[in-house]
Design a protein around this ligand. Structure first.
Ligand code: MRU
Length: 368
């Protein structure tokens, strides 16, 4: 996508060195656009842990490149055990999104076809690049399928703007390019359909305010930032036509783990007859789990993310301030699970389906 008119992916292998992975540092957005270099497995582990990179698709792609860097570091004499440990290290960084463990497993599968460490290093590079390219292609297709839904909404209210509410950032910053939830918005905007996006701020890390608002602005998509609790009020007043969120893990029956607060949007959407649509590439499915509430591990993060807020002062100096008494105890769950019954549709790269086991299996019959 475009940053100040120049096309970027969120992650790429530096073509000159061949062994440096470059990422957009998302902890610095929206105030600074900074590219960071990752040169070894531990750089990748840290970048995922401190959320230099975040979002389901991107942490998957980053883990794949981390496996490539690990393959460059691995001694020939203990290549297999080094790579097995690298996979465990990366998988442990963040527990909720499926894409991370999926990408690590795909790298292991690819490596197993190689006959020697030098060959496996070449395979690792190609496999990581393929995962990144596939992420982009899948998001592109999600955009085209979602465009049909938005176009249908637009037909029902000729000459009026289609209002879409989204939560957190399932945009191009959460993937390698384009995004999942944002893909239909970008496709509709490009097709000349008038869309406007309500952007939930998404406490406590404010990915909506700092990332989604920034990336929609960079692409010229009309949007308005709202506090997290506003969505229900807007729906009651007919100001939301459609909710589109991303997902971090979706079970075979259609339960959706996504950023904390998504469940409350889904409840409000159901109460107001607003379609609740979840966009995801197939790497976000976990076909081994049926019940999301009992089966999906929910990341609990440092409570200081809740107790402190970061931003810039009027003179653009970065600043963090505490917003509660110093001794207030806090807990910080990163995700919640929206039961399939509250989800109107899933949009995947293969098409649109019901959020149910039978609906999902119509698109992915190989998992029956
Ligand atoms: O904690 P994050 O920022 O990595 O959370 C992921 C998300 O941004 C959301 O849950 C998003 O909607 C799904 S990621 C495609």
């Amino acid at each position: 996508m475009q940053v100040d008119g120049q096309a970027y992916r969120t992650i790429w292998l530096d073509p000159d060195s061949g062994h440096t992975v470059r990422v957009i540092d998302q902890t610095r957005l929206p105030h600074q656009f900074v590219i960071k270099d990752l040169r070894c497995l531990d750089d990748v582990r840290l970048a995922i842990c401190d959320m230099t990179v975040r979002g389901a698709g991107l942490i998957g792609a980053c883990a794949a490149w981390g496996m490539y860097l690990a393959a460059l570091e691995a001694p020939d004499g203990s290549f297999e055990s080094f790579m097995a440990q690298a996979g465990r290290t990366l998988t442990a960084t963040r527990p909720t999104a499926s894409n991370l463990a999926w990408a690590v497993q795909r790298m292991h599968d690819a490596l197993s076809a190689g006959g020697s460490p030098p060959e496996q290093r070449r395979i690792a590079k190609d496999a990581a690049q393929a995962i990144a390219d596939e992420d982009c292609a899948h998001c592109e297709r999600i955009g085209q399928h979602g465009l049909a839904l938005i176009a249908e909404m637009a037909r029902r209210k000729p000459g009026q703007v289609v209002n879409i509410l989204t939560h957190c950032n399932a945009g191009w910053l959460a993937f390698v390019d384009i995004g999942s939830a944002t893909a239909p918005m970008y496709a509709a905007h490009a097709a000349g359909i008038p869309v406007h996006v309500w952007v939930d701020e998404t406490r406590p890390r404010n990915q909506g305010a700092s990332l989604t608002a920034w990336e929609l602005g960079q692409q010229g998509v009309p949007h308005t930032l709202i506090a997290d609790n506003v969505g229900g009020h807007l729906m009651q007043h007919g100001l939301v036509d459609l909710v589109i969120t991303g997902a971090d893990r979706v079970t075979r029956c259609g339960d959706v783990a996504n950023k904390i607060g998504t469940y409350l949007k889904a409840l409000a959407a159901r109460d107001n007859g607003v379609p609740m649509v979840v966009a995801l590439p197939s790497s976000t499915f976990d076909f081994s789990i049926r019940d999301g509430l009992t089966g999906i591990p929910i990341e609990e993060r440092n409570p200081d993310e809740l107790r402190w807020v970061s931003g810039v002062c009027a003179d653009a100096r970065p600043e963090s301030v505490r917003i509660c008494p110093a001794d207030t105890s806090a807990r910080n769950w990163g995700f919640d699970v929206t039961p399939a019954r509250l989800v109107t549709h899933l949009i995947c790269e293969r098409g649109i389906c019901d959020a149910s086991e039978s609906g999902i299996l119509t698109l992915f019959p190989e998992h029956a």
